[in-house]
Design a protein around this ligand. Sequence first.
Ligand code: MN
Length: 292
Amino acid sequence: MNSTTSTSRSLERLVLGRATRDGDGVKLTRVLTADLQQRLDPFLMLDQFGSDDPNDYGGGFPDHPHRGFETVTYMIAGRMRHKDSAGHEGLLQNGGVQWMTAGQGVIHSEMPEQEAGSMEGFQLWLNLPGKDKMCAPAYRDIQSQEIPEVLTAQGVRVRVISGVFEGVAGAVNRPVQTYPTDALYLDLHFEGDALFVQPMPSTYNAFVYTYRGEVAVVSKQGQTQAVGLHHMGILRNEGEQVQLQAKTGTRVLLIAGQPLREPIAQYGPFVMNTRAQLMQAVEDFNNGLFTP
Ligand code: MN
């Protein structure tokens, strides 16, 4: 397979996130909103936060519950302390990832451990299949140095958070862990004017998010479509690969996964398959079943 015989995904749609606040007044941009959950199945939400003003993040995210999915927090800058009702605690900091499986239910908090300086990062919500929604809660605290990096011949530094890039398994897949949705989560740092190529089945739902600079989606016949700063680009389900071109200094998240194709029922921090399961989640939470 080479660039003359394979086809690359084109850009389907650009999405500019919506400014909002969550937790105790933390300012953030909600990039993947509820109306995109079907289109981007198995991903339920993507928040981007970034500020130098402690008034924008100081409140943090005090105790709140989750059930039925996973939260993946990727810190670019700053420090946040995680604690949950399953007894896990960890410090999330520069370049590190926290992968929390809420499963049958956790109550957790994510609180800043800084009073000044920059706080920047992302939180992605990854859905679980119905059969796994009531699994035991789990937690992975992955430090920056544990995330494998691959520097491509073209000059793209690829941080492999999840999935596989050029045969290198992501931090969350080590030692051996596979996900029903085969989630791919790559952080791409362009260290030269470079073309990045990743094979991808056309059935996988995929998007890019540009957080420095601007990236071009390169589709068939070298046609390019720009995804500007702070935009999400949803990639069309076609072809066998994704091709991205950018200049030095550009940074982009590439996120993709195999859709679950199950009904999605959400009530705030609970994501199940049916309304009855949501009502059960609320009842269980009210009855204190989320705390051991
Ligand atoms: Mn949370």
